[in-house]
Structures are given as C-alpha cells and as structure tokens.
Design a protein around this ligand. Structure first.
Ligand code: IMP
Ligand code: MG
Length: 178
C-alpha cells in the first residue's frame, strides 16, 4: 500500500517494514552488548510501543525482564502537553537497570514524566530506547539513548502509532499528506 485513508486524513508510505526491521536489529545488538549481565528490566510504553517492543525483545539475546506501563498524552495529531498514567506497572525498579521502550519522542514530555517517575524509585540506571525521534520537535532536555530512526516533524502512523486510535496495525510507517 502506498497510501492509506484514516478518518479525514490521507497518509503516504514513509518507512517500509524492511528498513524498520534493519534498524531494530541494530538497536537490539547495541542494547544486548551494553546490558550484558545487568539483567535489564524493559518497560514498554503502551499503547504505541507494542509492535516495536515485540520486534525488539525477540532480538535481545541476554537475560532480561519485560513490564508495561500505559501513558496518554496525544489528542488527534497534537501532543496535549500533559501526561496521564492510565495504567502503572507492578515491577520493583529499585536497583534495577531499566530500559524504557517507547514508540516515538516528540515533545519529550512523556519521557520526561516517566524518567522522573522511575528515578524517584532509585533504579540503578534508566535508559530510553525509542523507535522514532523527532529532534526538531523536542521541548525538553530528553534524548534517546538508543534510537532506530530520526525523522522530521511530520505526523506519522503505523507500526503501533495511531491517528485517533486507527492505524496501529499497519506494518509500515506512513506520514500525513499535506
Ligand atoms: P511526547 O510526550 O510529545 O514526546 O509524545 C509522545 C507520545 O505521543 C508518543 O509516545 C506517541 O504515542 C504520541 N506521538 C507523538 N508523535 C506522534 C506521531 O507523529 N504520530 C502518532 N503518535 C505520536
Ligand atoms: Mg507512546
């Protein structure tokens, strides 16, 4: 598919599955090397990161644990600025090496919130692994420690990311048509 229609908006193919997979393999290799013997706790940020987390975790070849947290900040095609924790996680993060698994860093508010939230529980370390990073949209001092792809400031869908709940199931990434 080169174009998709979701509600009132049209999207065009931007990053094909093949490219996504290649970059995720690289990130998995880097994390596996850096976290060897640390038994990291990966925290997948729902909903958007479910597909990325699944493909990433399959390629992590060291002992590790996986947990989930659910945050909400986006409304339509805009970051709302306020972050809500819709569902917390049960894992104890004290003295653990935590890797946050996030779909995309846009303004950085979500990651800033989650990093502070985790640091309050005295983990050994907190790193961020994201699928996508919009360096020109960031409004905080948040930077990913591991990043599959940097992209310009366009609104995108697919591979877990949605427009008003739709498009998460697409295997490729699409960007909004202006
Ligand atoms: P931030 O808090 O502004 O960095 O936004 C983070 C969250 O907003 C991400 O975890 C995504 O779920 C969502 N988001 C940001 N940019 C996009 C986009 O281009 N398409 C779909 N969702 C997005
Ligand atoms: Mg997200």
């Amino acid at each position: 598919m080169t174009e998709v229609q979701l509600k009132d908006k049209r999207f065009e193919l931007f990053i094909p599955e093949k490219v996504i997979t290649k970059e995720i393999k690289r990130v998995a290799k880097d994390i596996s090397r850096d976290m060897k013997e640390k038994i990291p706790l990966f925290i997948c940020v729902l909903n958007g990161a479910f597909m990325f987390a699944s493909d990433l975790m399959k390629r992590i070849d060291i002992p590790c644990e996986v947990g989930f947290i659910r945050l909400k900040s986006y409304q339509g095609t805009q970051s709302s600025g306020s972050v809500k924790e819709v569902q917390g996680f049960g894992e104890n993060v004290k003295n653990r090496h935590v890797v946050i698994v996030e779909d995309i860093i846009d303004t950085g508010h979500s990651m800033s919130y989650l990093k502070n939230r985790l640091n309050a529980e005295n983990p050994a370390s907190v790193k961020i692994a994201c699928l996508l990073f919009k360096p020109n949209a960031v409004k905080t001092d948040i930077k990913p420690d591991y990043c599959a792809l940097e992209i310009p400031n366009d609104f995108i869908v697919g591979y877990g990311l949605d427009y008003d709940g739709l498009g998460r199931n697409l295997k490729d990434i699409y960007k909004i048509k202006s």
